[in-house]
Design a binder for this molecule. Structure first.
Ligand code: MRU
Length: 337
């Protein structure tokens, strides 16, 4: 048992040599069913429908999709293009596919591509462990924290980004209470983060997204800790819709705001958050809860699923390469080139 095992029990992306097994995140917390992919197209579908989700996890899954195609002897360029188009915002997807493309350009065979995908997965887990240590060190003992969306083992190779920091901080006695926002409309916080926290025995309370400002005023919250889908060269950060309003509320209440993401989420080719494509998903996701329509027939909805938090509202960006306090382009360039 490793040092982190007591607060880290889930591996949602599993390679089995001839297929990729994904713990289907549409069905949690009530059903633990595996979505088995034997083709790259099935991996693309799994990413599109959010059977696998979270920036690092979709990059890892896509890399395994390329391996499935290579093993089947399918031309790889169209596969790379299809996988890349599965979702637009999380740059980890493009990063992982670019890394696989570079190996393909060197005429790597299926076995070499398999090793590359495994390396991508293993490196993500190692990065999460490191970020856990670095992020936890910023938190005063006994703190209450608020997180948003799901950034845990389900969203990564394991352990998690923001949730990895929370796991490490709980172990170190630095976090005594976690609040998780529901994360409407897809309920990543309610369905997935609470599932991880409860399974790992971490003291956690669910809050409605709309309770966040009231909680910051009264709940002794010292940090808001979130993940990221893409961090631009100036530190602007795209993450799950609702993150931006948390950052505004945190600044208003003197609560610190931490972004935790591996370097694979940093996109130095994107200058500012203005240049990040924000995924719009179907209105139906917002017009119903768990498949039951909650809004009058005929109503329409606007459903952007990410937003951009300006760097000026971020107190710390934690990556496996180090911590940037009050991020700006100069510090980003110093760490990421
Ligand atoms: O739409 P999702 O569930 O894929 O969005 C996920 C998030 O926004 C996470 O906060 C982000 O990917 C970081 S996961 C470590």
């Amino acid at each position: 048992m490793n040092e982190h095992a007591s607060h880290d029990t889930i591996r949602a992306v599993q390679w089995h040599g001839d297929h990729l097994a994904l713990l289907d995140q549409r069905l949690l917390p009530f059903e633990e069913r595996w979505f088995n992919c034997t083709t790259a197209d099935e991996v693309t579908d799994a990413i599109r429908v959010l059977a696998v989700r979270g920036a690092p996890a979709i990059g890892i899954a896509a890399a395994w999709g390329v391996v499935l195609a290579a093993k089947a002897g399918i031309p790889l360029e169209p596969v790379l293009v299809t996988l890349r188009a599965a979702r637009p915002t999380a740059v980890n997807l493009m990063w992982a596919l670019d890394r696989m493309r570079a190996r393909i350009a060197e005429e790597a065979d299926a076995a070499a591509l398999e090793r590359e995908a495994q390396a991508i997965q293993d490196e993500d887990l190692a990065a999460n462990r490191r970020m856990g240590e670095l992020g936890a060190a910023l938190i005063e003992p006994g703190s209450h924290v608020l997180t948003h969306c799901n950034t845990g083992s389900l969203a990564t190779a394991g352990y998690g980004t923001a949730l990895g920091v929370i796991r490490a901080a709980v172990e170190a006695g630095r976090v005594s209470q976690v609040y998780a926002g529901e994360t409407r409309p897809w309920l990543q916080g309610a369905r997935l983060t609470m599932w991880e926290l409860v399974r790992d025995g971490i003291p956690a309370k669910l809050v409605a997204d709309s309770a966040a400002s009231h909680l910051m005023k009264h709940g002794q919250v010292k940090w808001v800790i979130v993940g990221a889908d893409r961090i631009a060269a100036n530190g602007d950060t795209a993450n799950k819709i609702g993150t931006y309003q948390l950052a505004i509320a945190a600044r208003h209440h003197g609560v610190k705001f931490m972004v935790v993401a591996p370097s694979t989420t940093v996109d130095m080719a994107t200058e500012t958050g203005e240049d990040i494509e924000i995924e719009l998903r179907e209105a139906t996701e917002l017009l119903s809860v768990a498949g039951t329509r909650t809004v009058i027939e005929g109503a329409d909805a606007w459903n952007p699923v990410f937003d951009v938090t300006p760097a000026a509202l971020i107190d710390a960006i934690v990556t496996e390469r180090g911590v940037i306090l009050r991020p700006d382009e100069t510090q980003m360039r110093a760490l990421f080139g």
